[in-house]
Ligand binder design. Structure first.
Ligand SMILES: [Zn+2]
Length: 126
């Protein structure tokens, strides 16, 4: 690290700035503005991503609510092909849930949980 008059040469961590500046060794940004700009950008990326996920989840749940038709055990079996034909968004962020009705951990989405078997999706209501 280059050291001059009690300060270290750093590179500003805001990618649109990126200038060299002298400061404390652990100083990440050349200015308060750059620090804020970096943090704002990070926050807006997160909310953008969350909104995208949110839409997918809502779409998936509305498709499931339409189709869901459980048997006596509360089980609803649907083929992957049928889900594809409904434009079901498969790239969903899912949780994990353990449920007595299936002896392995299942994926969860909204108020549904599911596992895959032989080209089918098996859904339960949580
Ligand atoms: Zn900067």
């Amino acid at each position: 690290m280059i050291y001059k008059k009690g300060k270290y040469l750093n590179v500003c961590g805001f990618y649109l700035c990126g200038i060299d500046f002298y400061g404390r060794a652990n100083k990440l940004y050349c200015s308060q503005e750059c620090k804020q700009a970096h943090n704002n950008r990070k926050a807006s990326n997160v909310s953008k991503a969350a909104k995208g996920e949110d839409l997918k989840i809502r779409k998936a749940i509305s498709i499931l609510l339409d189709l869901f038709n459980a048997d006596k055990e509360g089980k609803f079996i649907i083929s992957t092909v049928d889900l594809v034909s409904k434009a079901f968004p498969f790239d969903l962020p899912t949780g994990k849930v353990k449920d007595d009705r299936h002896n392995e951990v299942m994926n969860s989405i909204g108020s549904f949980c599911f596992y895959q078997q032989d080209g089918n999706f098996i859904f339960y209501k949580i």
